[in-house]
Write a protein that binds this ligand. Structure first.
Ligand code: XMP
Ligand code: MG
Length: 183
């Protein structure tokens, strides 16, 4: 799906496909350097992280395994509460593994701080976080994110895995929605 297919529903393009891919190339090089000679397990958080996982993993030179989790934060509407329920757990034993959680976006940071602590408690050798996007709120929570693609403003964004009502995930760029789409 491309810009023209949904032009009337978008307000802005925040990050182009080219910008996303260029930044992922830089992040992959950094991850390759940091994990040189080590084993690495990428843990993608469904469903938003599928695009980041697919592109970032293919840019890595490091051998990796990939596994997936699905979690849901209890809470009203769009606000994350920090109470997290596992909908789909990993199939991989984390004992002694170097884990890199791959995320699409960090907003309040509550989901990820819970998830990182949960994975650490399973005996992983290390647990780090890579996210394509980070919103300003995330700075308020003590969540140490090692790899950040872009810091973005507070606006709700779609595309590149991120949805509004399950739509727009298959846009190759990140955009903001026109107000009429919400109403
Ligand atoms: P936290 O716990 O960091 O939750 O508040 C992050 C999760 O919230 C969702 N989220 C968004 N989804 N556009 C989206 O499509 C956005 O702008 C956005 N902000 C937060 C997303 O599921 C993420 O994993
Ligand atoms: Mg997500």
């Amino acid at each position: 799906m491309q810009y023209d297919d949904v032009a009337s529903e978008l307000q802005d393009v925040l990050l182009t496909e080219k910008q996303l891919q260029a930044r992922l190339t830089e992040m992959a090089a950094q991850i390759d350097a940091d994990y040189a000679g080590k084993d690495l397990l990428l843990v993608g958080v469904l469903r938003g992280a599928i695009m980041v996982m697919a592109d970032l993993s293919r840019k890595l030179r490091t051998r990796v395994e990939m596994d997936w989790m699905a979690v849901s934060s209890y809470g009203s509407g769009t606000k994350s509460s920090g109470v997290v329920r596992i909908l789909k757990d990993l199939d991989t034993d984390l004992t002694g593994r170097n884990v890199l959680i791959v995320e699409d976006i960090i907003d309040s940071g509550l989901t990820l701080s819970w998830l990182a602590a949960n994975l650490r408690s399973r005996g992983a050798a290390s647990v780090e976080i890579a996210t394509m996007l980070r919103k300003p709120e995330a700075a308020k929570v003590e969540v140490d994110v090692k790899y950040v693609g872009f810091d973005i403003p507070k606006a709700f964004v779609v595309g590149y895995g991120l949805d509004y009502a399950e739509r727009y995930r298959n846009l190759p760029f990140i955009g903001t929605l026109a107000p009429h789409v919400y109403s």
